[in-house]
Ligand binder design. Structure first.
Ligand SMILES: *Cc1c(COP(=O)(O)O)cnc(C)c1O
Length: 448
């Protein structure tokens, strides 16, 4: 089959998949998962026809997908893919740009710069910040924390690039008791050592308690969060960040999904976050762009560009080239789907998306409370954390809803005991999907 027919075939199959997305079970049934056995073949000696490969992928692969791009997936703050962003991605596949710098892709460098400017505008963060587009919030946090460490060490007269970590002044890290596992991972990879992290105690809502904030100084990185993953709560930035800045510490904010509250009528939750030094957020969660699209934002643009520099002898230097802001050297222009999402939503559309999910979360929490389930959080954002009687009953209720196909969601541990977590973050989820989930949860709780 020629390239043209093959792409048309892929496109037809993709359209067919999307046509059926509303009816697809949120988690694939056992029969579909068993069908994945066909992929356990040995590497063929002789290449197999591309159309046949595509057919196999669709016939056996599509049924075994989680319908996270559908309306009834409530797990992990995953989000779906907005048509505008997915369409941009589709065209980008044809371009196959290596978006390292202007040299390798003028179009990518130009549009990603616009996307960066729009992000700072939408999130109302310092307009001179560097914006790097990375694969994930995890990777973006790693980049920001590298810049943080290098900068703090430079202020102490230590040349991290030349002399590395051995013998360097110790940089302390203060994290919230409820810090996300991926921030811990980034810190671990950077060599900070899990046993050496200083834990800031949280209040009953899961927010860092300003009254019990550990001592900070000019060799400390303080990691805060906008949107705790269980509760959707925000650390009290306005109380914490001025203390950190006065001490000369670096403040990094993990806002993987929650930072988007700043672009909505929930903006007050983020008050004071603009005074931090660096921030991460995802496109692929609440902004509903395809994977993998995330953002590292650093107030001191040079700090990020120097930490992440990868200028080679054969390429010209530019401090705002993406290869000098992120881990990847060769990379796809992951800022373009973000640009497309922002352009088609506009400022109002972003606010509406976020606000609508927050309103649906509040509605869902209200229905569950009326129905006798225990909603454990205040539901300030889009996360609803639930138990139902004892741990066994909580597990039974969750399983009954999963079996019904009315929704999929995961479990968590909150204050030492199991719970389940419902997240509203797909553009495709309608009020009737949420009502259907509420009905099912309430009837499961009554029957369990
Ligand atoms: C999902 C999430 C992350 C990690 O983001 P990835 O893009 O999956 O790496 C970090 N922090 C919070 C609060 C999250 O919800």
């Amino acid at each position: 089959m020629q390239e043209r027919e093959l792409i048309a075939e892929a496109d037809a199959r993709a359209r067919h998949y999307l046509d059926g997305i509303d009816g697809r079970p949120p988690f694939p049934p056992a029969t579909a998962r068993d069908g994945l056995a066909v992929f356990s073949e040995d590497l063929p000696q002789q290449g197999i026809d591309a159309a046949e490969t595509l057919r196999m992928l669709d016939i056996h692969g599509s049924p075994a997908t989680t319908a996270s791009n559908g309306p009834r997936y409530f797990g992990f703050v995953i989000g779906a893919a907005l048509p505008a962003a997915a369409a941009a991605e589709r065209l980008m596949l044809a371009w196959d740009q290596c978006a390292s710098s202007y040299d390798t892709s003028p179009v990518a460098a130009t549009i990603e710069k616009v996307a960066g400017r729009w992000l700072l505008d939408a999130l109302d963060l310092p307009r001179d910040s560097a914006v790097g587009f990375g694969t994930s919030a995890t990777a973006c946090t790693l980049s920001c924390l590298s810049a943080a460490r290098r900068t703090l060490l430079a202020r102490l007269g230590w040349d991290f690039d030349q002399d590395g970590l051995f013998g360097a002044p110790e940089i302390k890290v203060v994290v919230s008791e409820t810090v996300h596992v991926t921030v811990r991972k980034a810190l671990r990879l950077l060599g900070f050592g899990m046993a050496r992290l200083i834990v800031a105690p949280v209040d009953p809502y899961g927010r860092v308690d300003p009254a019990r904030l550990p001592a900070l100084d000019d060799r400390t990185i303080l990691c805060l969060q906008a949107g705790e993953v269980n509760t959707g709560e925000f650390d009290p930035f306005a109380a914490l960040i001025p203390v950190a800045r006065a001490a000369g510490a670096w403040v990094h904010v993990d806002g993987a999904f929650g930072l988007w509250a700043r672009a909505s009528s929930r903006r007050a939750l983020t008050e004071g976050v603009e005074h931090a030094d660096s921030w991460t957020t995802d496109g692929h969660k609440w902004l509903n762009t395809p994977y993998d699209g995330a953002v590292a934002i650093c107030r001191d643009a040079d700090a990020l560009a120097q930490a992440m520099n990868s200028d080679a002898a054969y390429a010209t230097a530019s401090k705002d080239a993406q290869k000098n802001l992120m881990l990847e050297f060769s990379r796809r222009a992951r800022g373009i789907p973000i640009w497309a999402a922002l352009r088609t939503l506009g400022r109002n559309g972003v606010a509406e998306l976020v606000d609508r999910h927050c309103e649906e979360a509040a509605y869902l929490a209200g229905r569950l409370r009326e129905g006798g389930l225990d909603v454990l959080n205040r539901v300030v954002l889009n996360q609803v954390l639930v138990r139902c009687g004892d741990d066994e009953k909580t597990a039974r209720v969750r399983q009954a809803v999963l079996d019904s196909g009315d929704g999929w969601f995961g479990t968590s541990i909150w204050q030492g005991r199991p719970a389940f977590r419902l997240s509203l973050s797909s553009w495709r989820t309608t009020h009737s999907d949420v009502a259907r989930l509420a009905d099912r949860l309430v009837s499961a709780a009554a029957g369990a």
